[in-house]
Write a protein that binds this ligand. Structure first.
Ligand SMILES: [Zn+2]
Ligand SMILES: [Zn+2]
Length: 413
């Protein structure tokens, strides 16, 4: 490193701390408005792909942020690729150089494209029991913080590297995490090709820069039998409920040979219509999970054999209907994880120890995102030990909000 490079590096380090402080200040300045946004989403829980009010609240939020003369407003695209997805972009033009320098300067580097992901879908019957209203809130907050820090640079650019790239900040509204996988739809639509790094954070029982979210395959199993009077001539029937019960038991027997990190869980959605009719149709829904796509494929084959064996034993026909999208495991990004923890510790966050990181969590469509663009999916504690997907967590995810909800009232929902 040459001497003036060393001076530039130390000036940059000092300025970096200032910019982080400014980002935090900007978030604090907007805390009431952000809380109202979150409360608006929490108060109107909507299921996957039906998050119309949350979509309206978020897009209205970004569209109504005041534009500054120097940096402009957020450009908001409603129903971006999906009815309830959105995109909000804001661009910082980079380090400016004097007109004399500009003529000799090399062409500017391409802009750095940073994406903050919001989720906002809820669960049936129990509302925001996964706290996705908080994911929306922290995604919006992080983007506002970064924008504020970059705007402060415009006023006082000292310490910047000479040819700092422009920065494009994107907030991406990604619906349907709990069912379907909206991010996978957006990957297929090419949306993530326009981002260099993505960030999101999920509420949890602990603070963690990374938890091992695992791969998931969903399957609906349909058995077709033949109805008959269950007392008068049951031998004329083919019992589709027997097939469903056998399938359930086959999987239970398989568990002894399953790895401890595999998960198989399901329900019988349709078990027949009346005890005196031999059921002619039954339907089960199962989720299969494993830490990697390779193991998931092994587990899938074993589970499918269980389903098919039940059909063979009972004489039923079986139809296996795969879910729309498989969720991939989340790939850890060591660099982002390290930086996240360093910054978090400075803010007083007490992270879960690495020994406990082997505990499995759930699955998320962010896993698929981590296969196409570098990113981080961290977890944050919300002051409650309630578990996700419980009514207690719904209450925790909706607590500590301001009592006046002016944004809710303002919103054209
Ligand atoms: Zn969830
Ligand atoms: Zn969730």
């Amino acid at each position: 490193m040459r001497p003036n490079e060393a001076v530039e590096a130390s000036a940059l380090a000092v300025r970096l701390d200032e910019w982080k402080r400014r980002a935090a200040e900007c978030i604090d300045e907007s805390s009431e408005r952000l809380g109202e946004l979150s409360r608006a989403i929490w108060s109107h829980p909507e299921l996957a792909y039906e998050e119309h009010q949350a979509h309206a609240a978020l897009t209205r939020f970004f569209a109504s942020l005041p534009a500054s003369p120097s940096s402009g407003a957020w450009s908001v695209q409603r129903s971006y690729k999906l009815a309830t997805a959105f995109r909000a972009d804001w661009k910082w033009d980079g380090a400016s150089c004097s007109p004399g320098e500009a003529s000799q300067a090399p062409p500017p580097p391409p802009p750095l494209r940073l994406g903050f992901l919001c989720e906002y879908d809820a669960l049936p019957a129990i509302g925001h029991a996964c706290g996705h209203n908080l994911i929306a809130e922290v995604g919006a907050a992080a983007a506002l913080g970064l924008k504020g820090a970059l705007e402060s640079l415009r006023q006082s650019p000292g310490g910047l590297p000479r040819h700092a790239p422009a920065v494009k900040v994107t907030v991406l509204g990604t619906p349907a995490e709990e069912d379907g996988g909206g991010k996978i739809d957006l990957i297929k639509a090419g949306v993530f090709d326009s981002l260099d790094v993505v960030f999101m954070a999920h509420p949890s029982q602990e603070d963690a820069a990374y938890l091992p979210d695992i791969a998931e395959h969903d399957v609906t199993v349909k058995y077709y039998g033949k109805a008959s009077h269950a007392a008068a001539y049951p031998w004329e029937g083919i019992n589709a409920l027997d097939a469903a019960v056998l399938a359930y038991n086959n999987l239970s027997l398989l568990r002894q040979q399953m790895k401890p990190t595999w998960r198989v869980h399901g329900i019988i959605k349709n078990g027949g219509v009346k005890p005196n009719i031999i059921p002619s149709y039954t339907e089960l829904e199962f989720y299969l999970r494993a830490p990697s796509l390779r193991e998931l494929s092994t587990l899938k084959e074993k589970a499918e054999n269980c389903f098919k064996a039940a059909a063979l034993a009972t004489g039923c026909e079986v139809e296996l209907q795969d879910g729309a999208n498989d969720f991939y495991n989340v790939l850890p990004n060591k660099t982002l994880k390290k930086i996240y923890k360093e910054n978090g510790k400075k803010l007083g966050i007490d992270f879960i120890s690495d020994e406990n990181l082997n505990e499995l969590t759930g699955s998320t469509d962010f896993g698929n995102v981590s296969f196409v663009v570098p990113g981080i999916h961290s977890y944050f504690y919300i002051g409650s030990d309630a578990l996700n997907h419980t009514e207690q967590y719904t209450a925790a995810a909706g607590s500590n909000y301001p009592t006046s909800f002016t944004l809710c009232e303002d919103l054209t929902l």
